[in-house]
Design a protein around this ligand. Structure first.
Ligand code: SF4
Length: 106
């Protein structure tokens, strides 16, 4: 029987990184051995995630600049975006916060 609430489900509801240490997925760099180890651990989690394809597709579509998404680093996603079959990139909407510094300067 179809789930009547299926339309409300989002792929991130099934992300196995929920509750994981965010530092693992958002290291402050990618060169030092410790950070490489963080990257390896994050990718190991992603490799068992049931929504890895959705996650990567989303990260490519929005041009996610930081962190490990869909088992990829930002540099790996930059390379993937150059492929002809990469998802079309859609920029996220710009959100203006009331009392923004640009308003204060005007
Ligand atoms: S693929 Fe990785 S980053 Fe994406 S939801 Fe799954 S565990 Fe999290």
């Amino acid at each position: 029987m179809p789930n009547p609430n299926a339309a409300e489900e989002h792929w991130s509801d099934h992300a196995i990184c929920r509750g994981a240490d965010p530092d693992l997925f958002f290291p402050i760099g990618y060169a030092a051995p410790v950070l490489r180890e963080q990257e390896r651990q994050a990718k190991a989690i992603c490799s068992n995630c049931p929504v890895v394809a959705d996650c990567l597709r989303w990260a490519l579509r929005v041009g996610e600049p930081d962190g490990i998404w869909g088992g990829t680093t930002p540099e790996e996603r930059r390379l993937l975006r150059r492929r002809d079959d990469a998802p079309v990139r859609h920029h996220l909407p710009v959100i203006t916060v009331r009392g923004d510094i640009t308003e204060a300067a005007a």
